[in-house]
Design a protein around this ligand. Structure first.
Ligand code: AHG
Ligand code: MN
Ligand code: MN
Length: 340
């Protein structure tokens, strides 16, 4: 083989590697998405970058929680009457401080605040958004080094009183996602056209894209559910669990929705939190837990239901309302639904 042909095959090989393994940060991904919408003001990009910054700060606090003595309860309760962990409060303040300074944010709403916080009313100039979040999901797992997460949902703010303007069905979300602070920090996001996944490289302080157009497996014999509540489930859910156990299913449940749903997104299966005696409407919150996770799962080709109804079609009545959740691989969700 001549030198020349050697050289050209090397160049071709390099080109192949480059086009396959292009490095993209979350920031460059967001800018590339923005360029697809020439009329865009960039407001949504600013908001997503505030979320990225907040979650990097939260990741670092989570990693050093024991060293900095911020484990355990803050000695207060949130609007749900649940004990707030110190890190719930820290994560909430971090998100509020990062989002509070961004022009496109009209109103933010959090699991930890009874009322939405109005940042800026619609002015007619530029796009305005409502940003909803669960600052720290699964926070009771923090003391035992378990995975925890942040969930976010972004809606357009047209006009009207913020408390009412925010009450839109999940199908109106313009973006949704979560960050899992697990063995690595993973950000999963959709802007309504597929799902992308990023991993935080702590040595350079940036989220790097590791997957695009993520698809959930259609089927997998795994269910994720708190079976301690089984005696008070409606009969349909109990019949489903009997069927699954007779058909060789495995169970995986951590008590952090973000961690359990992330596993299902990557490996397949079904996550369910049915109504119980203690939580007759279900435990999980519609607007900042079920809607964003439901949008991610649907965008990845799965299904997200509240009993027989599609989660994203539910018209919310209150900010903190709860819902039943059944979501995951299409075939697995359908197995649950046919028993109801
Ligand atoms: P949060 O920590 O934000 O209150 O959420 C906890 C949620 C969710 O992450 C999880 O799926 C569920 O509560 C676990 O509830 P059980 O302990 O009742 O199983
Ligand atoms: Mn939660
Ligand atoms: Mn929470």
């Amino acid at each position: 083989m001549s030198n020349a042909s050697n050289h050209s095959s090397l160049a071709y090989h390099e080109l192949e590697i480059n086009s396959r393994d292009n490095l993209s940060t979350l920031q460059s991904h967001i800018l590339a998405e923005q360029q697809k919408h020439p009329g865009s003001t960039g407001s949504l990009s600013w908001i997503l970058s505030a979320i990225s910054l907040s979650t990097k700060v939260i990741a670092s606090k989570v990693r050093r929680a024991r060293l900095q003595d911020v484990l355990g309860s803050a000695g207060s309760e949130n609007v749900q009457g649940e004990t707030q962990q110190k890190l719930d409060v820290i994560a909430n303040e971090t998100l509020l401080r990062c989002l509070g300074g961004r022009g496109g944010v009209a109103v933010v709403a959090s699991e930890e605040n009874e009322q939405p916080v109005v940042i800026q009313r619609a002015s007619g100039h530029g796009e305005r958004y409502c940003v909803l979040f669960d600052p720290l999901d699964g926070s009771s797992n923090i003391d035992t080094c378990g995975g925890v997460g942040t969930i976010f949902s972004i809606l357009r703010y047209e006009d009207g009183e913020p408390e009412q303007a925010i009450l839109q069905p999940g199908s109106k979300q313009v973006a949704a996602g979560y960050v899992l602070y697990g063995s690595s920090t993973v950000l999963v996001m959709t802007l309504g056209q597929g799902v992308s996944m990023f991993v935080l490289d702590p040595t350079i302080g940036a989220f790097l894209r590791v997957a695009e157009s993520l698809r959930i497996p259609d089927t997998q014999k795994v269910y994720s559910c708190n079976e301690g509540n089984r005696p008070t489930f409606e009969p349909g859910y109990q019949k489903y669990l009997d069927w699954a156990q007779q058909n060789g299913y495995s169970t995986r449940y951590s008590g952090t929705m973000v961690a359990d749903v992330h596993r299902i997104l990557v490996k397949g299966g079904v996550f369910l939190y049915p109504p119980t005696k203690k939580a007759p409407d279900g435990k999980l919150r519609l607007m900042y837990e079920a809607n964003p996770m439901g949008m991610i799962i649907e965008q990845a080709g799965g299904k997200a239901c509240a009993g027989k109804q599609r989660i994203l079609d539910i018209a919310p009545k209150t900010l903190h309302q709860r819902t039943t959740v059944v979501l995951g691989s299409t075939a697995e969700v359908e197995h649950v639904l046919r028993h109801l």
